[in-house]
Design a binder for this molecule. Structure first.
Ligand SMILES: C[S@@+](CC[C@H](N)C(=O)[O-])C[C@H]1O[C@@H](n2cnc3c(N)ncnc32)[C@H](O)[C@@H]1O
Length: 452
């Protein structure tokens, strides 16, 4: 698909009278496309055609790096980072690295998200960029309101007045804003190449690694090498956020290395950066319309991953670079795990309900992609409190007491209610447990006979 000899690649290279017919063809298509209603351009045949145009754009446009960025760029991604940082215990030291940090807008936006919601966490950030001049802007944290230095984008366009006041000290006389101290502290800035083999030694292992919107400007082989290098930074229970990258490259590396895609807010994050999303198919940012008809959509469109929870402790210090590299040679299967819990939950028994809560907390922390359901005695309460699917252990259709005095009524109840109901319960049980990878019965007195 990415091969240099493919048909679109050859077409893109053709020139007539020093002009590229492909470029003229794209211009004409763009002119027509922009005049069509979105209800039409989102239809599957138009999407397929858009994908072809996007391939032409990708191969006919020279790859070059940009500094473009925004404060509060992708709100759903910020929300996911908030949720995941919320899993950490009180006073936890959270290490987070930003690669391709540009002028720091992304760094300060994410730090604001975490620090404002979890002031107890000690957040230590490492911010990396390959450009000295943009890194200086980031480190200074002072931005012109009229013409932000080096960046061609309206970097404040996605903030409201309150957010601006929250993050900056505003100097109206100079028409500039200065990042507040509570956001500026605890950041170590590095002039470094994200593809450098020294990266792990420089930055060290991280609980969260953010690598957005710079890998798409590399050729696919370079982006792949760089992404594999970046992955070495992530601790075994850590998370990688990577968007703005060739989707084929990300999917390939995720599959090879057995990454677990985080499904939470996946579609919102995919569509959460309006400028990037709106540019399709005319500019190449490594994005395509979210397409649930693809068999691999749960992996292809995920931009947050948990890399490896099984090899806990494998990377413990920046010096263990060689150990970390060994992970590449052990591909693992990635699939969303389905776990069913069975027990006497949701009835107000403190011990049982605490057991369930502890299990759910740990499962969600280690496998955020897990699909959970609970077969229990108090399904309504469990579904409400824990936000999981819950079904009753025992459905009662007709109270036997009402009919038990009459033998004929008892017989008819058995034939017309009891037997079909039993079959229905079996079917329901099979349906609930279908595809279950693990079935957990954590005691709760079910192995005694006082409840049955
Ligand atoms: C388009 S900006 C993205 C900024 C920010 N990550 C965001 O998503 O808003 C890309 C940044 O990545 C930096 N960059 C490009 N290649 C890099 C590399 N190999 N290592 C580190 N930074 C790189 C560029 O200098 C630029 O500042």
């Amino acid at each position: 698909m990415l091969g240099p000899q493919s048909m679109p690649t050859r077409m893109a290279k053709v020139t007539l009278l020093r002009k590229s017919p492909v470029s003229a063809y794209l211009k004409l298509n763009k002119w027509i496309w922009r005049r069509l209603p979105p209800s039409l351009t989102t239809l599957p045949p138009f999407r397929s055609y858009g994908n072809l145009l996007q391939r032409l754009v990708r191969i006919s446009t020279a790859r070059r790096q940009y500094f473009g960025t925004f404060f509060l760029r992708n709100r759903p991604q910020l929300e996911l980072i908030r949720r995941l940082s919320n899993q950490r215990g009180l006073g936890f030291t959270l290490k987070i690295a930003f690669l391709g940090c540009s002028n720091g807008a992304e760094v300060y936006s994410i730090l604001r998200t975490i620090r404002s919601r979890r002031p107890d966490l000690k957040v230590i950030a490492h911010a990396v960029d390959i450009s000295k001049e943009i890194l200086e802007v980031a480190q200074n944290g002072v931005y012109s309101l009229k013409a932000p230095q080096l960046v061609g984008e309206p970097i404040f366009a996605r903030m409201n007045g309150d957010e601006l006041q929250d993050m900056f000290d505003v100097d109206r006389a100079r028409d500039e804003v200065r990042i507040k101290t509570w956001l500026k502290e605890g950041i170590i800035w590095h002039l470094e190449d994200a593809a450098s083999p020294e990266l792990l030694n420089v930055v060290g292992p991280q609980d969260m690694v953010v690598a957005n919107n710079f890998l798409c400007h590399m050729t696919p082989p370079t982006a792949e090498r760089c992404l594999r290098n970046i992955a070495h930074l992530v601790t075994p229970t850590g998370y990688l956020f990577v968007s703005g990258i060739d989707l084929d490259v990300r999917t390939k590396v995720a599959l090879d290395l057995g990454w677990r895609p985080i499904q939470d807010l996946m579609e919102d994050i995919h569509d959460g950066d309006p400028s990037v999303r709106g540019d399709w198919p005319w500019r190449y940012w490594g994005l395509e319309p979210f397409n649930k008809r693809r068999r691999d959509w749960k992996l292809r469109y995920a931009s947050a991953f948990q890399l490896d929870v099984q090899c806990e402790g494998q990377i413990s210090s920046p010096q263990t670079g060689s150990l970390a590299l060994e992970r590449d040679s052990k591909p693992k299967k990635t699939y969303p795990l389905k776990i069913s819990l069975f027990g006497n939950f949701g009835q107000g028994n403190l011990g049982n309900d605490c057991t369930l809560q502890a299990i759910l907390y740990n499962l969600r922390q280690r496998r955020p992609d897990v699909e959970l359901n609970c077969i229990c005695t108090g399904p309504e309460a469990i579904a409400t409190i824990h936000n999981i699917a819950a079904v009753p252990i025992h459905d009662i259709f007709v109270t036997p007491g009402l009919l038990s005095s009459n033998p004929l009524a008892r017989f008819l109840r058995k034939v017309f209610i009891g037997i079909p109901h039993e079959l229905y319960r079996w079917l329901k049980a099979f349906n609930t447990l279908k595809g279950t990878d693990m079935f957990i019965v954590p005691g709760t007195q079910f192995l005694s006979d006082n409840l049955t």
